[in-house]
Design a binder for this molecule. Structure first.
Ligand code: ZN
Length: 256
Protein backbone atom coordinates (compact mmCIF):
# COMPACT_ATOMS: atom_id res chain seq x y z
CA UNK A 1 0.00 0.00 0.00
CA UNK A 2 1.26 3.45 -0.84
CA UNK A 3 0.03 6.96 -0.16
CA UNK A 4 -1.63 6.77 -3.57
CA UNK A 5 -4.20 4.27 -2.20
CA UNK A 6 -5.61 7.07 -0.10
CA UNK A 7 -6.80 8.90 -3.19
CA UNK A 8 -9.43 6.28 -3.89
CA UNK A 9 -12.98 6.61 -2.64
CA UNK A 10 -13.51 5.92 1.06
CA UNK A 11 -15.27 2.67 1.88
CA UNK A 12 -18.72 3.31 3.30
CA UNK A 13 -19.24 2.81 7.04
CA UNK A 14 -22.40 1.38 8.53
CA UNK A 15 -23.41 3.31 11.65
CA UNK A 16 -20.33 5.54 11.77
CA UNK A 17 -20.15 8.62 13.98
CA UNK A 18 -21.58 11.62 12.22
CA UNK A 19 -21.09 15.23 13.21
CA UNK A 20 -24.39 16.50 14.54
CA UNK A 21 -25.94 19.74 13.38
CA UNK A 22 -24.17 22.22 11.20
CA UNK A 23 -20.50 21.63 10.59
CA UNK A 24 -18.87 24.32 12.66
CA UNK A 25 -16.96 27.05 10.91
CA UNK A 26 -13.66 27.17 12.78
CA UNK A 27 -11.89 29.67 10.61
CA UNK A 28 -8.21 30.29 10.69
CA UNK A 29 -7.21 33.46 12.47
CA UNK A 30 -10.48 33.71 14.37
CA UNK A 31 -10.60 33.37 18.12
CA UNK A 32 -12.24 29.96 18.65
CA UNK A 33 -15.36 29.94 20.77
CA UNK A 34 -15.01 26.51 22.34
CA UNK A 35 -12.50 23.80 23.13
CA UNK A 36 -13.80 21.82 20.16
CA UNK A 37 -13.41 24.63 17.66
CA UNK A 38 -9.94 25.36 19.02
CA UNK A 39 -8.90 21.76 18.32
CA UNK A 40 -10.33 21.98 14.79
CA UNK A 41 -8.54 25.27 14.19
CA UNK A 42 -5.22 23.82 15.29
CA UNK A 43 -5.64 20.79 13.04
CA UNK A 44 -6.60 22.98 10.07
CA UNK A 45 -3.47 25.05 10.57
CA UNK A 46 -1.39 21.99 9.68
CA UNK A 47 -3.10 21.03 6.42
CA UNK A 48 -3.88 22.39 2.97
CA UNK A 49 -7.43 23.08 1.83
CA UNK A 50 -7.69 19.79 -0.08
CA UNK A 51 -7.01 17.73 3.04
CA UNK A 52 -9.32 19.97 5.08
CA UNK A 53 -12.18 19.53 2.60
CA UNK A 54 -11.79 15.75 2.42
CA UNK A 55 -11.54 15.51 6.21
CA UNK A 56 -14.75 17.48 6.64
CA UNK A 57 -16.45 15.27 4.10
CA UNK A 58 -15.29 12.18 6.05
CA UNK A 59 -16.70 13.65 9.24
CA UNK A 60 -20.01 14.48 7.58
CA UNK A 61 -20.31 11.04 5.99
CA UNK A 62 -19.67 9.13 9.20
CA UNK A 63 -16.29 7.60 8.26
CA UNK A 64 -15.34 7.58 11.96
CA UNK A 65 -16.07 4.00 13.04
CA UNK A 66 -15.28 4.23 16.77
CA UNK A 67 -14.08 6.92 19.12
CA UNK A 68 -13.00 6.81 22.77
CA UNK A 69 -11.90 9.69 24.94
CA UNK A 70 -9.18 8.55 27.32
CA UNK A 71 -6.92 10.30 29.76
CA UNK A 72 -4.92 12.77 27.70
CA UNK A 73 -6.05 11.56 24.29
CA UNK A 74 -8.83 10.79 21.89
CA UNK A 75 -8.50 7.58 19.98
CA UNK A 76 -10.54 6.63 16.93
CA UNK A 77 -10.70 4.32 13.99
CA UNK A 78 -11.47 6.06 10.73
CA UNK A 79 -12.39 4.21 7.56
CA UNK A 80 -10.55 5.40 4.49
CA UNK A 81 -10.15 3.71 1.12
CA UNK A 82 -8.06 0.80 2.45
CA UNK A 83 -9.80 -2.34 3.73
CA UNK A 84 -8.85 -1.78 7.37
CA UNK A 85 -9.78 1.44 9.18
CA UNK A 86 -6.87 3.63 10.25
CA UNK A 87 -6.03 4.23 13.86
CA UNK A 88 -6.08 7.95 14.66
CA UNK A 89 -5.04 9.67 17.88
CA UNK A 90 -5.34 13.29 18.97
CA UNK A 91 -3.25 13.81 22.10
CA UNK A 92 -3.28 16.62 24.64
CA UNK A 93 -0.27 17.59 26.72
CA UNK A 94 -0.77 20.05 29.55
CA UNK A 95 2.37 21.72 30.95
CA UNK A 96 2.98 20.65 34.53
CA UNK A 97 2.73 24.20 35.89
CA UNK A 98 -0.80 24.56 34.48
CA UNK A 99 -2.06 21.20 35.65
CA UNK A 100 -3.04 22.09 39.21
CA UNK A 101 -4.96 25.16 38.08
CA UNK A 102 -6.77 23.03 35.53
CA UNK A 103 -7.76 20.44 38.13
CA UNK A 104 -9.14 23.22 40.33
CA UNK A 105 -11.14 24.67 37.45
CA UNK A 106 -12.74 21.31 36.70
CA UNK A 107 -13.24 20.48 40.35
CA UNK A 108 -15.27 23.64 40.78
CA UNK A 109 -17.19 23.28 37.57
CA UNK A 110 -18.18 19.63 37.80
CA UNK A 111 -20.40 18.90 40.73
CA UNK A 112 -20.37 15.16 40.27
CA UNK A 113 -17.62 13.93 37.99
CA UNK A 114 -18.94 10.37 38.04
CA UNK A 115 -22.16 11.56 36.45
CA UNK A 116 -20.59 14.32 34.44
CA UNK A 117 -23.24 16.85 35.32
CA UNK A 118 -21.95 20.40 34.98
CA UNK A 119 -24.15 22.07 37.54
CA UNK A 120 -22.17 24.14 39.97
CA UNK A 121 -19.24 26.46 39.68
CA UNK A 122 -18.31 30.06 39.75
CA UNK A 123 -19.14 31.80 36.49
CA UNK A 124 -15.50 32.59 35.86
CA UNK A 125 -14.42 28.97 36.12
CA UNK A 126 -17.35 27.73 34.07
CA UNK A 127 -16.44 30.30 31.50
CA UNK A 128 -12.89 29.04 31.52
CA UNK A 129 -14.12 25.58 30.67
CA UNK A 130 -16.52 26.83 28.04
CA UNK A 131 -13.92 28.78 26.18
CA UNK A 132 -10.68 28.07 24.49
CA UNK A 133 -8.73 29.78 27.27
CA UNK A 134 -8.56 26.29 28.67
CA UNK A 135 -6.30 25.17 25.83
CA UNK A 136 -3.93 28.13 25.94
CA UNK A 137 -0.39 26.83 26.32
CA UNK A 138 -1.58 23.26 25.85
CA UNK A 139 -0.01 21.09 23.16
CA UNK A 140 -2.41 19.25 20.81
CA UNK A 141 -0.93 16.72 18.39
CA UNK A 142 -2.44 14.25 15.94
CA UNK A 143 -1.22 11.10 14.29
CA UNK A 144 -2.65 8.46 12.02
CA UNK A 145 -1.54 5.06 10.77
CA UNK A 146 -2.31 5.91 7.13
CA UNK A 147 0.61 6.31 4.72
CA UNK A 148 0.20 10.09 4.30
CA UNK A 149 2.68 10.74 7.07
CA UNK A 150 1.47 14.16 8.22
CA UNK A 151 -1.74 15.53 9.65
CA UNK A 152 -4.20 13.89 7.27
CA UNK A 153 -7.88 13.91 6.39
CA UNK A 154 -8.52 11.18 8.98
CA UNK A 155 -7.14 13.45 11.70
CA UNK A 156 -9.33 16.30 10.42
CA UNK A 157 -12.40 14.05 10.40
CA UNK A 158 -11.69 12.98 13.97
CA UNK A 159 -11.17 16.60 15.06
CA UNK A 160 -14.69 17.49 13.89
CA UNK A 161 -16.33 14.44 15.44
CA UNK A 162 -14.38 14.85 18.70
CA UNK A 163 -15.19 18.57 18.86
CA UNK A 164 -18.86 17.70 18.80
CA UNK A 165 -18.48 15.33 21.73
CA UNK A 166 -16.16 17.59 23.75
CA UNK A 167 -18.31 20.69 23.46
CA UNK A 168 -21.30 18.81 24.82
CA UNK A 169 -19.49 17.35 27.82
CA UNK A 170 -17.17 19.14 30.24
CA UNK A 171 -16.27 15.78 31.76
CA UNK A 172 -15.07 14.62 28.34
CA UNK A 173 -12.93 17.76 28.09
CA UNK A 174 -11.51 17.05 31.55
CA UNK A 175 -10.62 13.49 30.56
CA UNK A 176 -9.04 14.59 27.29
CA UNK A 177 -6.95 17.10 29.22
CA UNK A 178 -5.71 14.36 31.51
CA UNK A 179 -7.86 15.19 34.54
CA UNK A 180 -9.50 12.12 36.02
CA UNK A 181 -11.96 11.45 38.80
CA UNK A 182 -9.18 10.66 41.27
CA UNK A 183 -7.53 14.04 40.56
CA UNK A 184 -10.85 15.73 41.22
CA UNK A 185 -11.55 13.83 44.44
CA UNK A 186 -8.04 14.63 45.66
CA UNK A 187 -8.68 18.32 44.99
CA UNK A 188 -12.06 18.09 46.68
CA UNK A 189 -10.50 16.41 49.73
CA UNK A 190 -7.99 19.23 50.07
CA UNK A 191 -10.72 21.82 49.83
CA UNK A 192 -13.10 20.08 52.23
CA UNK A 193 -10.43 19.74 54.91
CA UNK A 194 -9.81 23.49 54.77
CA UNK A 195 -11.75 25.07 57.63
CA UNK A 196 -14.18 27.67 56.34
CA UNK A 197 -15.88 30.28 58.47
CA UNK A 198 -19.60 29.50 58.67
CA UNK A 199 -21.38 31.57 56.04
CA UNK A 200 -24.78 31.21 57.72
CA UNK A 201 -25.27 32.72 61.17
CA UNK A 202 -26.56 30.41 63.82
CA UNK A 203 -30.08 31.20 64.80
CA UNK A 204 -30.54 30.90 68.52
CA UNK A 205 -33.87 30.42 70.24
CA UNK A 206 -34.08 34.10 71.14
CA UNK A 207 -33.74 35.19 67.54
CA UNK A 208 -36.16 32.55 66.31
CA UNK A 209 -38.75 33.80 68.77
CA UNK A 210 -38.18 37.35 67.60
CA UNK A 211 -38.65 36.23 64.01
CA UNK A 212 -41.90 34.49 64.91
CA UNK A 213 -43.19 37.66 66.61
CA UNK A 214 -42.12 39.82 63.69
CA UNK A 215 -43.84 37.66 61.14
CA UNK A 216 -46.91 37.31 63.35
CA UNK A 217 -47.39 41.06 63.11
CA UNK A 218 -47.80 40.62 59.36
CA UNK A 219 -50.72 38.33 60.04
CA UNK A 220 -52.96 41.27 60.83
CA UNK A 221 -52.66 42.52 57.27
CA UNK A 222 -54.98 41.51 54.49
CA UNK A 223 -52.27 40.06 52.28
CA UNK A 224 -48.64 40.64 53.18
CA UNK A 225 -46.50 40.46 50.10
CA UNK A 226 -43.59 38.09 49.82
CA UNK A 227 -41.33 41.14 49.83
CA UNK A 228 -42.80 42.20 53.17
CA UNK A 229 -42.06 38.82 54.68
CA UNK A 230 -38.53 38.69 53.32
CA UNK A 231 -37.78 42.24 54.43
CA UNK A 232 -39.05 41.64 57.95
CA UNK A 233 -37.33 38.27 58.27
CA UNK A 234 -34.06 39.67 57.04
CA UNK A 235 -34.10 42.31 59.78
CA UNK A 236 -34.04 39.51 62.31
CA UNK A 237 -31.93 36.93 60.54
CA UNK A 238 -29.34 39.31 59.13
CA UNK A 239 -28.37 37.31 56.04
CA UNK A 240 -24.84 37.63 54.67
CA UNK A 241 -24.27 40.69 52.47
CA UNK A 242 -24.26 38.67 49.23
CA UNK A 243 -27.65 37.11 50.06
CA UNK A 244 -29.09 40.45 51.12
CA UNK A 245 -27.97 41.91 47.83
CA UNK A 246 -29.60 39.11 45.83
CA UNK A 247 -32.85 39.70 47.72
CA UNK A 248 -32.69 43.37 46.90
CA UNK A 249 -32.38 44.32 50.56
CA UNK A 250 -29.56 46.74 50.03
CA UNK A 251 -26.32 46.75 52.00
CA UNK A 252 -26.49 45.07 55.38
CA UNK A 253 -27.15 47.45 58.23
CA UNK A 254 -25.94 46.97 61.73
CA UNK A 255 -28.98 45.78 63.59
CA UNK A 256 -29.39 44.76 67.15
ZN1 ZN B 1 -4.60 9.33 8.05
Amino acid sequence: MSWWDEWGPALPVEGGLVVSGTMRAARLGERPKSVGSDIIRRMLESVNTGIATRGRSYARNGQTVTMTIEKGRIHATVQGSAATPYSVTIACTVPEDRRQRLIEAFEHALVDPSKGIPARGTPALRDEIDTCALLDGVDITAKCTCPYGEVCKHCIALAYVAADRLDGSPIAVATFMGVRDDDLSAARGTRDSTPNPPSVPEYDARRQAKLARTLARLDGRAAPSADDVIRRASKVLRPPASVAEQLGLGPAEERS
